[in-house]
Design a protein around this ligand. Structure first.
Ligand code: FB9
Length: 521
């Protein structure tokens, strides 16, 4: 083998790309008719050749025309027949060798094997090469036969699966026996492209300072800028489902004319969290079983002293028609710091400000959505912290009807139209009502919140005008989110066990306003 033939081969074996370009170098008309035959001839992997051809086409060095070739491939059983003959031939040979008496099935199975026997015997009987005696023995009725099946498979293999090698009947028979299957191979014919050259010049992807300094940029071929490429997907954060529902509820409450209360302070004084709400200092919710008290700083710094006195008085002896709780109100207890147990602690402060603002009281609608903490036993739907959603309206002469109407409007906007109100008790509202809603998806009545009218014992000490009433309601953020995102265990929604995939793929939260049809359910 001459040196340049060796060098030629070494170079091409080394780099299939130039073997393709070289194959087209003879003349502009020269083409590579079929990449499949070309890779066989060059002993190259066809996929590599196709991959390279496509990238050369990308740089216009070549043009490709797709070819699709259909041909039959032999199954492993067919390959086995090619080696050892068809099952029926092997059975016939065994029966012929066994002489006149033929063989019992078990014997035959021993000789040719269970599967061969089963298929072979079936075909022998079908081809009337053998017969079954009354006593079940199998006897050959013909001598040596031609193993057509093997021959047909041989022909097909020689023609590397070309269907033209056999007639349709033969092909159908082989297909019926699942000995062959038709496959389609995609390949390409290659011709020179507009930028053809026997060697690909690597196009520069970046204009570098060196090129500019050296002026080399003038004769450097550059990769065309592909302004269509999308670029790398920039990762980003995902809103936790809770925050998606919060955003939706915010939008709904602002649509209803409510403004958000500042809830960014989780530590509250017992005074604002309990006392200002006329919740007695002996109330069970105020002991460490239900509330997280702060060890350091244990006591709050200050409260509005004049207001403090009025609250103390209301607790101890009442006033404006209330008899109060008739106990000694302890400053130390009121000053205890805690993790707020409800965002109602913010409502009390906002109402106090409303009562004592410049220009006096103005009607207002406030809402809050933020974390609250309760030292509760945890279960599938309760953690020791959850997000409370609260709404309140402070205005003159508001009635229970206003409260029910407001609650109905709110829940209608989150898809719940059927409500029931059950009398309940809260230390700071009278009357109070638990809210139940018929959930269209769950097809059942669910407790969806609580509500009430703040007690005068809470409002009067704040200095709110006599006939101002404050209606309020509350629910959690977790429950609607769990229902919306079909999450049955709160640990899969909130906490260290949450799988980030869930947050990533959680759809946008959209509460379909209750449409008519939901109405008439
Ligand atoms: O959220 C609750 N339920 C709920 C809400 C919405 C929902 O689905 C939406 C349509 C898609 C489904 C369920 N609840 C309140 C009811 C129950 O889950 C209850 O078992 C648990 N409650 C929490 C307190 O648990 C100790 C939910 C939380 C709750 C309860 C009461 C208030 C706030 C949150 C309140 C109040 C209030 C009352 C008067 C004045 C001001 C505030």
């Amino acid at each position: 083998m001459s040196l340049n033939m060796y060098q030629y081969l070494a170079k091409n074996m080394a780099d299939p790309e130039s073997s393709i370009l070289t194959a087209l170098s003879a003349s502009p008309e020269t083409s590579i008719p079929d990449t499949w035959a070309f890779s066989l001839s060059q002993n190259l992997d066809h996929n590599t050749v196709v991959g390279l051809s496509k990238s050369l086409e990308g740089d216009a060095y070549v043009s490709l025309r797709e070819l699709s070739t259909q041909f039959y491939v032999l199954s492993s059983e067919a390959e086995e027949i090619l080696t050892n003959g068809s099952q029926e031939m092997r059975v016939l040979r065994a029966l012929v060798n066994s002489g006149e008496g033929g063989m019992a099935m078990a014997e035959l199975e021993n000789v040719v094997g269970k599967d061969i026997c089963k298929i072979g015997m079936g075909n022998c009987l079908k081809n009337k090469w053998a017969k079954k005696e009354k006593d079940g023995r199998l006897v050959a009725v013909v001598g040596e036969m031609n193993d057509e099946v093997r021959d047909m498979l041989g022909l097909l293999k020689e023609s590397s699966g070309d269907a033209a090698a056999l007639d349709d009947k033969a092909l159908a028979a082989l297909k019926r026996r699942k000995l062959i299957s038709l496959v389609t191979r995609k390949s390409y014919s290659i011709t020179r492209g507009p930028a053809y050259a026997p060697q690909r010049v690597k196009k520069a992807a970046d204009l570098t300072k060196e090129m500019l300094d050296s002026g080399k940029w003038k004769d450097t071929p550059f990769k065309p800028y592909n302004f269509q490429t999308l670029g790398e997907t920039v990762g980003g954060g995902y809103l936790h489902p809770l925050l998606k529902v919060r955003a939706e509820l915010r939008k709904i409450l602002m649509e209803m004319g409510f403004q958000e209360m500042p809830t960014n302070k989780w530590v509250e004084s017992s005074f604002w969290n309990f006392d200002s709400l006329f919740q007695p200092q002996s109330h069970p919710a105020r002991d460490a079983h239900d509330t997280f008290f702060i060890k350091e700083p244990a006591q709050t710094i200050s409260v509005p002293e004049d207001y403090y006195e009025r609250v103390k008085t209301m607790h101890e002896v009442g006033g404006s028609g209330s008899i109060g709780y008739r106990y000694d109100f302890k400053r130390e207890e009121a000053f205890k710091n805690l993790l707020r147990t409800h965002t109602t602690a913010i409502s009390s402060q906002m109402l106090y400000k409303l009562a004592n603002q410049e220009g006096g009281f103005q009607p207002a609608r406030y809402f809050s959505i933020d974390r609250v903490f309760r030292n509760e036993t945890m279960d599938a739907t309760h953690l020791c912290e959850f997000h409370q959603v609260e709404g309140l309206v402070a205005d003159y002469n508001l009635s229970l009807g206003d409260l029910i109407g407001t609650i109905e409007t709110f829940f209608r906007k989150i898809g719940i139209t059927k409500l029931r109100f059950k009398p309940a008790f809260n230390p700071y509202t009278e009357p109070s009502m638990e809210i139940f809603g018929y959930h269209p998806d769950l097809k059942k009545w669910t407790e969806i919140g609580n509500s009430g009218m703040f007690r005068p014992e809470m409002l009067t000490p704040m200095g709110l005008p006599e006939n101002v009433r404050v209606i309020a309601w509350g629910l959690s953020l977790e429950r609607p989110t769990m229902i919306k995102y079909r999450i049955d265990n709160i640990r899969n929604l909130f906490g260290h066990k949450v799988d980030m995939g869930m947050t990533k793929n959680a759809p946008v939260c959209r509460f379909e306003k209750a449409n008519e049809e939901a109405e008439n359910q």
